[in-house]
Each structure stands twice: as structure tokens, then as C-alpha cells.
Write a protein that binds this ligand. Structure first.
Ligand code: HEC
Length: 181
């Protein structure tokens, strides 16, 4: 092979290397990878920022979540509550009131337990699936001033599993809500 051909080959390789370098690092410079690129559409000549695409939120009704709920996982989730609540029938009050028969029970009605003023003010309501779901998602948001020092069960599925388990703490578990056709 002639020296000039070898030189040409080296030069070609170097050019490719520079080219690839530019593609890889150039794109890094152009696109700021720290921030996901926002797509901006132009409407009537004005730039309208498009709100970032939200995750498609699946709206599953509580009735549906309860139908699909897993009671064994609910029992596990109740582990977080067991420190303060007993699930046992005729169980004693701990930090919180006993929870046997909680589904269908009026708020603040365990006779052997002294509730906070905030909870007593809710008197007249009943713990049904919906109130439990809202309360357990964020107790202090639902009843500001509640003495239940617990952040809430944020995961919708865990909460439904837990409520299905709470429902079983009863001689006659309340019927599950019907699914709307
Ligand atoms: C740190 C202790 C603590 C933990 C953990 C806790 N609770 Fe409570 N809970 C309480 C207290 C205290 C009250 C009484 C609230 C009041 O009087 O404001 C209460 C009240 C309740 C009530 C209302 C009962 C009634 O008779 O009206 C329900 C329902 C309840 N808790 C469910 C749960 C569940 C389910 C969990 C677990 C996911 C849980 N709690 C975790 C302390 C706790």
C-alpha cells in the first residue's frame, strides 16, 4: 500500500472520529438532558407552552378497588395500625380505639375510649367504605385535629386491601358496594 493511501485512510478515520464526537457531544450541548425537553407549539404565532404530559391517571372507583382487593395484603398493611389499634373482638383500647366492627360503626363510638374533640365533633357520621378510604388516605386532612398521629396509607390499592381486611373484623361483614354497570 502506498504511503499516501495510508495517510488518506488515517485522515478519513480521524474525520470520522471528529464527526462521531460532534454527534455524541454536540447533542449533549444542544439538548439539556437534566431537564426533559418540553414541546412548545405555536398557536397564532404566539408560543404556547404545553403543560407537561401527565401520567394517564386511571380512575378506579372504590367499589372496583374493593372487588379486586387482596385481604391477605390488607392484613399485612394493618401491621402499621396494630401498634395503636387491636383488631380483636372485645379487644382493649390501646393508643387508639379497638377496630373490631369498624365498618358500619358510628364515628367516635367505642365506649371505653376517650376521643379527641375533633373526632367527637364528627359524631353522627358512620364509618363506611368511603369515609374510611378518605380518612385512611390522610387522617389529618380529613379530620384536622384528630389524635391519630399517622400519615396515611397513600397507595390506593393498599388502602382498598386494608379496608377489605377491616370489613372482615366483624360478626356480620357489611356487604361490599355494588359496581355500577
Ligand atoms: C400512632 C397510633 C396510631 C396508628 C399507627 C393508627 N392509628 Fe388509628 N387512631 C389512633 C388514635 C389515637 C385514634 C383516635 C383519634 C381521635 O380521637 O381523634 C384513632 C382513630 C382511628 C379510627 C376512628 C375510630 C373510631 O372509633 O371512630 C379509625 C377508623 C382508625 N384509627 C383506623 C386506623 C388504621 C386502619 C390504621 C392503620 C393504617 C391506624 N388507624 C393507625 C391512633 C393510631
Amino acid at each position: 500500500m502506498k504511503v499516501s493511501t495510508v495517510n488518506d485512510l488515517i485522515a478519513a478515520c480521524l474525520l470520522w472520529a471528529v464527526f462521531l464526537f460532534l454527534i455524541v457531544y454536540g447533542s449533549d450541548l444542544v439538548y439539556d438532558h437534566q431537564q426533559p425537553a418540553k414541546i412548545v407549539y405555536s398557536i397564532n404565532g404566539e408560543e404556547a407552552p404545553v403543560t407537561e404530559k401527565a401520567e394517564p391517571k386511571q380512575q378506579i372507583s372504590l367499589a372496583e378497588r374493593l372487588q379486586q382487593a387482596d385481604i391477605e395484603n390488607g392484613r399485612k398493611v394493618f401491621g402499621q395500625c396494630g401498634l395503636c389499634h387491636t383488631p380483636a373482638k372485645n379487644g382493649p383500647a390501646r393508643v387508639g380505639p379497638p377496630l373490631y366492627g369498624i365498618v358500619g360503626r358510628p364515628f367516635a363510638s367505642a365506649s371505653e375510649y376517650t376521643y379527641s374533640r375533633a373526632m367527637r365533633a364528627e359524631n353522627g357520621k358512620t364509618w363506611d367504605f368511603a369515609t374510611l378510604d378518605t380518612y385512611l388516605a390522610s387522617p389529618r386532612k380529613y379530620i384536622p385535629g384528630t389524635a391519630m398521629a399517622f400519615n396515611g396509607v397513600k397507595d390506593e390499592k393498599d388502602r382498598a386491601d386494608l379496608i377489605l381486611y377491616l370489613r372482615s373484623l366483624s360478626d356480620e361483614p357489611v356487604e361490599l358496594p355494588h359496581l355500577n354497570p
